[in-house]
Design a protein around this ligand. Structure first.
Ligand SMILES: [Zn+2]
Length: 274
């Protein structure tokens, strides 16, 4: 049967790839294990997590997009942490339902998992799962103690208002979700306002102020662990866009459509229509 792949990326730390579409991570302490994001909900990600670790599970959502929170229905009895600013997040065309799971596979599958797409369709839940969940507000500076291992919440708005990153100082990893990955999407703003670029830039400065505490980012898509240097590339890129020394151009690539600019390893869709 088709299974999510699991890779150990650090001691007691694993990446669970949902068929190359999106990543979740499991980080185990002495007392509890955190499942960081829950992917789209194709198949049962909880079963995978419980095979990796026998510790009781908690869930931490880096943000509430349905490709990261879509498997939350498997964790109904677990404590869930999420930043409250994402509570009422509505993302055009991305509902919390099976129509989204199908659309996501239709649009991302050809790029990210062409060989197994057909099989992944068969893992869409037969009926609509109950996607309501309650959560504890993960505020900036909160320290989530897993027992001998702490994940520090850093509020990193930009991709969504309530996006958070999690700093794991012992393992020198920042779990950054979609806040920083290899290709970042910021939605198009009315009149091409740079408000999201400014917010994103401030977030990058905040992340970079912690750079002595981590070496790698654990990211939400397209690979799992990448060098922190990409944060600096994004910093230069966003400041160039803000001061006018860098201008991007309109492009269409896969499911992405909009104005994009690149620098070093950074790719920022800063007025994205997708
Ligand atoms: Zn996202």
């Amino acid at each position: 049967m088709l299974k999510q792949s699991v890779r150990e990326i650090a001691p007691f730390t694993w990446c669970i790839s949902e068929f190359g579409l999106v990543n979740a991570f499991a980080a185990a302490g002495n007392e509890r294990a955190a499942v960081i994001d829950t992917c789209c909900g194709y198949g049962n990600i909880r079963e995978i997590a419980e095979k990796i670790t026998s510790r009781p599970l908690i869930v931490i959502l880096t943000h509430k997009h349905p490709d990261h929170a879509g498997g939350i229905f498997h964790f109904r009895d677990c404590p869930v942490y999420m930043n409250g600013l994402d509570k009422d997040l509505v993302f055009p065309g991305m509902g919390f339902d099976n129509a989204f799971r199908k659309m996501y596979l239709d649009t991302r599958g050809p790029l990210r998992c062409p060989d197994v797409m057909k099989d992944v369709y068969s893992l869409i839940p037969e009926s609509e799962p109950d996607m309501t969940f309650s959560f504890t507000h993960a505020e900036d500076g909160m320290r989530i103690d897993l027992g001998g291992r702490v994940l520090e919440v850093i509020h990193t708005p930009g991709h969504t208002d309530g996006s958070i990153s999690l700093l794991d100082e012992d393992n020198r990893i920042l779990f950054s979700g979609d806040t920083v990955n290899k290709s970042i999407i910021l939605m198009r703003q009315k009149n091409n306002s740079p408000v999201l670029i400014e917010r994103f830039h401030n977030t990058l400065e905040k992340i970079w102020s912690h750079e002595k505490a981590f070496d790698h980012l654990a990211i939400g898509h397209d690979g799992d662990l990448i060098d922190k240097g990409i944060v600096h590339d994004y910093l230069c890129l966003s400041s160039g866009l803000l001061d006018g020394s860098i201008t991007g151009h309109y492009e269409e690539k896969g499911f992405r459509k909009g104005d994009v600019a690149r620098l070093g390893k950074a790719e920022l869709w800063y007025q994205c229509d997708c």
